[in-house]
Write a protein that binds this ligand. Structure first.
Ligand SMILES: *[C@@H]1O[C@H](CO)[C@@H](O)[C@H](O)[C@H]1NC(C)=O
Length: 378
């Protein structure tokens, strides 16, 4: 008995100690001019150099809180832990050399960047979470509460000059809405119209209260992909029934899932293209659509799903998954609106991390993508 216990302990400790695969980008170097701040702090959201960004924050659900990202293989219970320091949008653990996140890329341009998360903990633990206000289980309607919380923290924090500092707020939301969508479809609380209105309400709170802010919204993904991950994996199958009821609803076919996800994608573009968040010069809203066209999960060379990419529940992203997604999100950020990738190859870890364009060295917005020369500054 004792021996068996000891063996079990060894196996557990062994599993916990085996380093999880990760993806860093050592030695990343862009043109020297791109590391310089603007001569004067820009007043227009369309003239913001990456070195001008002082504050980073995020709104979202468990994918932004990075649930399970650092969970050892075979330990699905660790999916309850929020590994915010590893989160693709706002995590700041280690550095770009070891782990790609949008915050770790930005640190290269703006070494005093603040607001990124480190370590493990929930949104209300300031030392861990900082300005990542994502909450596991959140639907679009919940980003309204998160937006209010973010405003309150930014306006009251001594280290932030909220009127003058440029802020980047990343949003990724929609998976949990989709997990409930099958109940009432386009007639209910998760319809495209309602989802869109909830996003607008949240972003409007940011616009009304946070001058000098760029909102970067990660495009919705096609959740058809999820069903292929847990196919034949009984354990994950069972977990997903609990985590995402609509995923297990046979009447909600892959085509219906896909169509519903695409409605949310359309809503995001409508919000961006309507210009409702471009009515003042010091605020803007941009969609990063790299996920849109992906229908299959990342694969190994032998064609099997690459589970290194996912946390032990086969749903959340692992550390490697966060880094890979972050690379594609960053590459989308530096592409002009209108020519951003709407599909990427998640199976190819060798895709490079791109530099901003020296001819338009700004955070790309709808306006500077149309004509950058209007927004050129020294
Ligand atoms: C994606 O990348 C993998 C690995 O490099 C490659 O085998 C596959 O053909 C690529 N898929 C597409 C659609 O380019």
């Amino acid at each position: 008995m004792a021996a068996r216990f000891a063996l079990l302990l060894l196996v557990t400790v062994g599993a916990a100690l085996a380093a999880l695969p990760d993806l860093g980008y050592p030695g990343w170097q862009c043109d020297a001019s791109l590391y310089q701040k603007s001569k004067k702090v820009p007043t227009s959201a369309h003239s913001v150099r990456f070195s001008d960004i002082k504050v980073i924050g995020a709104l979202g659900d468990s994918l932004t809180a990075a649930n399970g990202a650092g969970a050892p293989k075979g330990d699905p219970l660790a999916v309850i832990l929020q590994y915010r320091g590893l989160a693709f949008q706002c995590g700041g653990d280690s550095s770009l050399d070891e782990h790609v996140t949008v915050a770790n890329v930005l640190k290269k341009f703006s070494p005093n960047l603040m607001g990124y998360s480190t370590g493990i903990g929930s949104a209300n633990v300031w030392e861990v979470s900082k300005l990542n206000q994502a909450v596991p289980g959140a639907e679009a309607v919940d980003t309204i509460t998160q937006a209010r919380a973010l405003v309150q923290i930014i306006q009251s924090h001594k280290e932030i000059d909220y009127k003058n500092d440029w802020k980047l707020v990343n949003i990724f939301i929609g998976a949990n809405d989709m997990c409930a969508y099958c109940n009432d479809g386009e007639n209910g609380a998760h319809s495209k119209a309602q989802w869109k209105q909830n996003v607008i309400t949240a972003v409007q709170i940011l616009k009304d209260n946070l001058p000098r802010t760029i909102v970067s919204m990660t495009g919705m993904f096609d959740m058809r992909m999820l069903r292929q991950i847990d196919h034949d994996k009984y354990f994950c199958d069972g977990l997903h029934t609990f985590e995402c009821p609509c995923e297990k609803n046979k009447a909600f076919t892959n085509d219906l899932v896909s169509a519903a996800c695409h409605r949310y994608m359309d809503a995001q573009l409508e919000i961006q293209n309507s210009g409702i968040f471009d009515t003042t010069d010091d605020f803007t809203f941009v969609v990063q659509p790299f996920f849109n066209g992906i229908t299959i999960p990342p694969l190994k060379p032998d064609g099997e799903v690459n589970l290194d990419w996912f946390a032990p529940d086969c749903f959340h992203f692992s550390k490697l998954g966060h880094a890979n997604v972050a690379k594609h999100l960053w590459n989308n950020i530096v592409q002009p609106v209108g020519s951003k990738n709407t599909i990427v190859n998640l199976s190819d870890p060798t895709i490079p991390l791109n530099c901003p364009d020296t001819k338009c060295p700004f955070f790309r917005t709808t306006k500077n993508s149309l004509d950058c020369s209007k927004y050129m500054t020294a």
